[in-house]
Design a protein around this ligand. Structure first.
Ligand SMILES: C[S@@+](CC[C@H](N)C(=O)[O-])C[C@H]1O[C@@H](n2cnc3c(N)ncnc32)[C@H](O)[C@@H]1O
Length: 283
């Protein structure tokens, strides 16, 4: 991969997502470089798709086909809307911007529109204006984040949305579970897995499972998929938290590097700070 950074600042993720990869981007890019030549690019836990956009921005994907998927339908709606008709998404966001207020926010939050473009613009608007800027749903799949009090939220970042739409030209974007990547890949492809992280404590583990439904059984299933991809000649990169469980799961067939990431998710200020994460690879 060419590491020549193109002198452009876009595209960047147009949604702020839980587990967004901002800080891990440099070590991840070094790994992609180390992977050498690859065929197509797959991100089966897309979220904000930070690595995909970064690779595209620096010219590391060229015209390669990319496969972005996630089980979150609202998220995929936003990607599809930006991919298929960015002009209409921008128009909808400008309309939201003109009406923006606490009342408008709750009105938009309370109703899911029928059309794809409207649904996509709704998610981008809520993501830009909600408390903490994080998309979060309750157990019934409803977006339940309160209004965020921002002075001047950037509701319609037109330049970035257009660049993201361009980046998505060669991408297949779908709602599907991670295991289906096995049906899409070809030998020589590159897959980046960024699953919900294995929690660092037992209490956190319980809460996390309640929220994401991604427990240790799913982590085991994922490790089996990563192993099957290895056997198929596919290059795999995976990020996760550094827990004994994860290290053991990948110890036999993968290389594991520790990286430090600053996290700001802990509500207790004294517990914020650097946490160890792992980057796992099969090459
Ligand atoms: C850690 S986030 C990914 C963050 C992303 N790399 C970014 O840069 O923003 C994990 C994602 O996995 C998705 N997810 C959870 N369970 C899944 C499953 N079984 N299959 C596919 N995606 C899943 C969630 O919806 C979430 O978007």
């Amino acid at each position: 991969m060419s590491r020549r950074r193109r002198n452009v600042s876009v595209p960047r993720p147009f949604l702020k997502w839980v587990g967004g990869k901002g800080q891990l981007l440099d070590p991840l890019l070094r790994l992609v470089e180390r992977a050498g030549e690859f065929g197509r690019y797959h991100e089966p836990f897309a979220g904000g798709a930070a690595l995909f956009f970064e690779l595209y921005r620096i010219g590391g994907l060229g015209r390669k086909h990319a496969y972005l998927s996630d089980t979150n339908e609202r998220l995929i709606d936003a990607f599809l809307a930006v991919q298929q008709n960015v002009d209409r998404v921008i128009n909808r966001l400008k309309a939201h911007r003109a009406l923006h207020s606490k009342d408008h926010y709750y009105a938009v939050r309370g109703e899911v529109p029928d059309g794809l473009i409207e649904r996509g613009a709704r998610i981008i608007y809520l993501n830009r204006t909600c408390y903490n800027g994080l998309f979060r749903e309750n157990s019934k799949g409803l977006f339940n984040v309160p209004f965020g009090r921002y002075e001047n939220p950037l509701i319609c970042d037109e330049e970035n949305l257009r660049a993201a739409s361009m980046a998505l030209t060669h991408a297949k974007v779908e709602v599907r579970p991670f295991g289906s990547v096995l049906e899409e890949v070809e030998r020589g492809d590159l897959v980046y897995f960024d699953p919900p992280y294995d929690p660092l404590s037992r209490t956190a583990s319980f809460t996390a499972y309640e929220k994401t439904g991604f427990g240790r059984d799913k982590q085991q299933e994922l490790a089996a998929v990563a192993k099957a991809l290895t056997d198929m000649g596919v290059k795999v990169i995976l990020s996760n938290s550094m827990t004994p469980f994860i290290c053991k799961l990948y110890a036999d067939h993968f290389m594991i590097d520790e990286v430090l990431a600053r996290r700001h998710v802990n509500s207790r200020a004294d517990r914020r700070g650097a946490v160890s994460e792992v980057l796992i690879r099969n090459f």
